[in-house]
Design a protein around this ligand. Structure first.
Ligand code: SAM
Ligand code: DTB
Ligand code: SF4
Length: 329
């Protein structure tokens, strides 16, 4: 295709102007149906028009408040109602968070993401989190928090503390959401994302693949993310980590190529966003991770733990980067 940079982001049979109307589920399904080599080529074109294709951003996660969550998210080890072996813990003390952030910085992470197993933060908890944000920011790291649903004014408080990103995943297609979570609604997630945007924070929002959803559901999730205006700056694509004791413990794993196609669809529909190859990487061969980078993933979680589950050791990731000629940013 003799594509201009902009046209390279389009389906072959759609004029550039049509993009103003946003993506449709049928268009994203059509991307999924492309021969894999054509899809990867399209994704690489879009990627190279917008990024250095050999650069990868690295974020380190820390669970600052683990377990005991009131919500019923069917995939989550931290929901109090499932027997997963994850114990409820108190909010970590500031010094512990700061030490973990310093260690992440020393290992080369550029962003530090703090997660809490809350439906949403209480005001007194938020005050403590803002202290963490100020301290981590003081180390020269970008900051991200994921605290659940926000109430009026809370996003502004986070912004005031110097927060860079708020993570709040749409997680799955609106029409599948009720089969995964019943204690809050997809619309609630959109509401929080709206508040985050209004406060002037950058948005990190993505989803989980491999929860028994259909390809159409996956395409619809990508459309819901891509049609946010503007799209999220950061888009984590998680492969379900099956947690014994949760309703999703026995869901059949998704086909590897279907996962790669999802990354490519995210890259093509959200050309300027960082697409993060997120949970599930520990179970992935290096070759599969390389295919995900080829499909346009340009960010990872870095460090040996996600929130409650494992992630590849930093040294292993550094070795992989060297083998692939990837440069961390
Ligand atoms: N409680 C807050 C919330 O739900 O937004 C923040 C923490 S929650 C654990 C953050 C995200 O982790 C979820 O939205 C989901 O995308 C991801 N996640 C949780 N458990 C997972 C699992 N077993 N496999 C893959 N992703 C998971
Ligand atoms: C995201 O999309 N994935 C991260 C982060 N944002 C908060 C969490 C992954 C959690 C995986 C399961 C666990 O470790 O508990
Ligand atoms: Fe709670 Fe978040 Fe886990 Fe849902 S995903 S149970 S809200 S910690």
């Amino acid at each position: 295709m003799n594509a201009t940079p902009q046209a390279a982001t389009l389906t072959p049979d759609r004029p550039a102007t049509a993009r103003l109307a946003g993506w449709t589920v049928a268009e994203v399904e059509a991307l999924y149906e492309l021969p894999l080599m054509d899809l990867l080529f399209r994704a690489q074109q879009v990627h190279r028009d917008n990024f250095d294709a050999n650069e990868i951003q690295r974020s380190t996660l820390l669970s600052v408040k683990t377990g005991g969550c009131s919500e019923d998210c069917g995939y989550c080890s931290q929901a109090a109602r499932y027997s997963t072996g994850t114990e409820r813990e108190a909010l970590l003390p500031l010094e512990e968070v700061l030490a973990a952030a310093q260690a992440a910085k020393d290992k080369g992470a550029s962003r530090f993401c703090m997660g809490a197993a809350w439906r949403g933060p209480k005001d007194k908890d938020l005050t403590k989190v803002t202290e963490m944000i100020r301290a981590v920011k003081g180390l020269g790291l970008q900051t991200c928090v994921t605290l659940g649903m926000l109430k009026e004014g809370q996003a502004d408080e986070l912004k005031e503390a110097g927060l860079d990103y708020y993570n709040h995943n749409l997680d799955t297609d609106a029409s599948f959401y009720g089969q995964v979570i019943t204690t809050h609604k997809h619309a609630d997630r959109l509401d929080t994302l709206g508040q985050v945007r209004e406060a002037g924070l950058k948005v990190c929002s993505g989803g989980i693949i491999g929860m028994g959803e259909t390809r159409r559901n996956r395409a619809a999730l990508i459309v819901q993310l891509a049609n946010l205006n503007p799209p999220p700056e950061s888009v984590p694509i998680n492969n379900l980590v099956p947690i014994p004791g949760t309703p999703m413990a026995e869901v059949a794993p998704i086909d590897n190529f279907e996962f790669v196609r999802t990354i490519a669809a995210a890259r093509i529909t959200m050309p300027a966003s960082f697409v993060r190859l997120s949970a599930g990487r520990q179970a992935m061969a290096e070759e599969l991770q390389a295919l995900c980078f080829l499909a346009g993933a340009n960010s990872i979680f870095y460090g040996d733990k996600l929130l409650t589950t494992g992630n590849p050791e930093a040294d292993r990731d550094q070795a992989l980067f060297e083998k692939l000629g990837l440069r961390p940013i």
